[in-house]
Design a protein around this ligand. Sequence first.
Ligand SMILES: Cc1cc2nc3c(=O)[nH]c(=O)nc-3n(C[C@H](O)[C@H](O)[C@H](O)COP(=O)(O)O)c2cc1C
Length: 423
Amino acid sequence: MQVALGVTGGIAAYKSAELLRRLQDRGFEVQVIMTDAARQFVTPLTFAALSGRKVITGLFDEAAGEANLASVIEHTAVAQNMDALVIAPATADIIAKMAAGIADDFLTTLYLAARAPTIVAPAMNVNMWEHPATQHNLQILRDRGVHVIEPEEGYLACGMIGAGRLAAVETIAQTVFETLSQRSDLEGETVLVTAGRTEEPLDPCRFLSNRSSGKMGYALAEAARRRGARVTLISGRSSVDPPPGMVVERVRTALEMMEAVNKHFHEVTIFLMAAAVADFRPMRIAPAKLKRNSGALALRLEPTADILGEVARRRKPRQLLVGFAAETENVVSNASAKLRAKQLDLMVANDVTQPGAGFEVDTNIVTLLFADGRQIPLQKMGKLDVAHRILDAVAQLRSKLGAEKTLAIHVSTEPAEGSGQLR
Ligand SMILES: Cc1cc2nc3c(=O)[nH]c(=O)nc-3n(C[C@H](O)[C@H](O)[C@H](O)COP(=O)(O)O)c2cc1C
């Protein structure tokens, strides 16, 4: 596996040489990329000698005005081949550029071009670290799924004492190792994810729907693919583009979602039903646009099919089910009741009333509820991170149950239209 190691312009840049060694000890090939500022602290020669590879320093050729074909090829090759991007030390400057999407050198351009997991280990003066700008930028990165290895407290090179010292090199190397080992723990699994919101038509122009953005379900699909699973994503309407590298089937109504799930359920080993499926639909769809001048309008709604309930009844012994319940009150007790009623193996309870959780936002706050009664509350984190924590739990359940048992997951994140009830 290949790790791209970005070195930026801080005093701790000399520690990156040791990090390179520790990464090599774990069997990784390391391609070093240095910013211009980093070269003021350590020479590329150090890293070239240790890695046995040319160190990438610039986006453009030294000869001004000339196209640098080698750089284009390098850039594309590193972005395509790397399994992780690790930036250590990460200056306040690079963190700000990454948060803003600036791509004015090789490293920042690589960050934008890459799909691989990104890990940053900040190191800086305590005031720079505590500055609201730095903390805000870091939160943006966390929300996008970048793994931030917090700096340690202690005596800093600037003479001050406080947070800002680069995390221990061993901790960084181990985090990279764990991130990449995770990557293949769903190899051989066939994962079905439902995501987004359904729409239940009222007339040719109008429909009932809900506030689901599809972000949580898409993050689950993306995380499962990154961990080696074959993924099919059945998506209702969503506010984001589906991740690459999977089969995507589009549906509109709860009924269409049910049909699509039925088509694929028999072949899956893991089922994550994250879609916000309407609990009710209009009993009658008006053939023509309903007119205001017809006076007061009474809507009669009928319940839609309970997709999870149906699937749970038909599950094979080799399949495991996990649920995701978005609730607005009595979150854990309601979600536990669903877990038991549908005999799921894992339920992810989500209080959508908390700031930074639920609809539209890029973060989530959930509690994992297990069939054996264990409860694990998770801190607020980016939806991709939440997805990985859910899949960590799935992978653990899988290894407990042995390779023979199949894992199916139900994930239902959003409120259904009409009642505000969630499935
Ligand atoms: C002696 C010296 C030490 C520095 N140490 C740090 C540091 O530890 N962390 C940091 O964020 N910036 C530090 N800086 C500032 C960065 O070098 C500066 O912001 C630079 O633009 C970073 O560029 P880069 O992010 O492209 O590498 C230091 C500057 C000097 C002159």
